[in-house]
Design a protein around this ligand. Sequence first.
Ligand SMILES: [Ca+2]
Ligand SMILES: [Ca+2]
Ligand SMILES: [Ca+2]
Ligand SMILES: [Ca+2]
Length: 441
Amino acid sequence: MARIRPALLLSLCGALFALPACDGGAGGDAKKDAKPAKAKTKAKSEAKSGPPEPARDALEGEPTDAILLSQAWFYKDSGGKSKPGPARLQIWRKVNGSWNATRLEDADSNVFHKAILLDDGSILTAAGEKAMLKKWKHNAGKWSSELLWENSWGGKFNRLRDIEIGDVDGDGKDEYVIATHDGGVVAVLDPAEDGGKPQVVELDAKKDTFVHEIEIGDIDGDGKLEFFATPSDRNKANTSQAGLIVMYKYDGTTYKRTTVDGGDHTHAKEILAADINGDGKSEFFSVLEAELSGKTIKKPVEVRQYIPKEDGTFGHQSVVKINDRQTRFLLAADFDGDGFKELIAAAMKTGLYLVDGEAAEDGTITWKEPVNFDKVSGGFEHAMLADDLDGDGKVELYVAADDQRDLKRYDWDAETNAFKRTDLGKLQELTFTWNIETGKL
Ligand SMILES: [Ca+2]
Ligand SMILES: [Ca+2]
Ligand SMILES: [Ca+2]
Ligand SMILES: [Ca+2]
């Protein structure tokens, strides 16, 4: 978890370290999982020798609405040092009208960066330290897993940072496109159909290079999917890093890379491909991190929309500038149901922003002034997702605000023309939520 520096941890968690918050309990489940008195001494000696045993909570009852939070979390060792616990998936499920959390943890890694619910009810997890892609199944109260892929690139870290699924080579079958740390690799993994070994193409290996994000979309509307990635320099505290935003297009033999944008002073850790105006072409966006000098923001976060040109290069227009250090989540969804997808940006400290726009006949989009609709919502990643999980035909927004420890839902209220917030539950202290997935589980 080198991305969470000790200094940052202190500022985020401060005195919380003094509390027995890192006991492995997830919210309200801590009590349920507490061991009887006899086990107390054992737990103490275990704490001295290593991390807590990974939790594997059973899922009770039939599949129901579920919110999966991919997390890293910290516990205190016997010397009082905070240490990363096993990679955690906190699984919130709606049972009899109320939301409750269970945990699935994996001691092989110390962070789940992302989880995807597959059609067959299994869960795909992309983990860091170690860089493992696993498939999890729950059956009759027991979890089992299959390691689909693991690799190491000989650098300081081995992480799978992001994964997206799509048919990027046009053969009618989906690939898994994966961003990795810290050897610069973008991997295209062709999953084996019968549990065999996947075929993996590793692109653009480069030492000390972190690829943060993958997006898939059809930017030119030819029915073939392009994918995008964000290779950048090594993560450093309180200073900006250079980086690129690149596009890959399959030419029948290989994935050809072109540069969409790049800079010496900053980079993007978030990108988005989404068909905003419903014309069959994906619009493509990046979120450039602020340019920093120590704690001072020299240049704010900027969301850019890229405009493809005839010659294959890209121009851009500025969508919104956000006076924050970073904004790691950007999504598009049509909350008000007018056929145009508005953008939501989740900044680290300054809250949630709604940016609506208007499309002209030629597809040109004019973006309106942002609305900072919840200022008291934040987190290092500030993960969010839009989905019609309750199936009423309207998309709702799900947000994990680690700073306030709130898991929330926002519904668009057509009468007030604003979001209405509902709190679903409390997140555990000393956890960092990297992604949200929703579905039936
Ligand atoms: Ca394919
Ligand atoms: Ca295309
Ligand atoms: Ca709309
Ligand atoms: Ca809904």
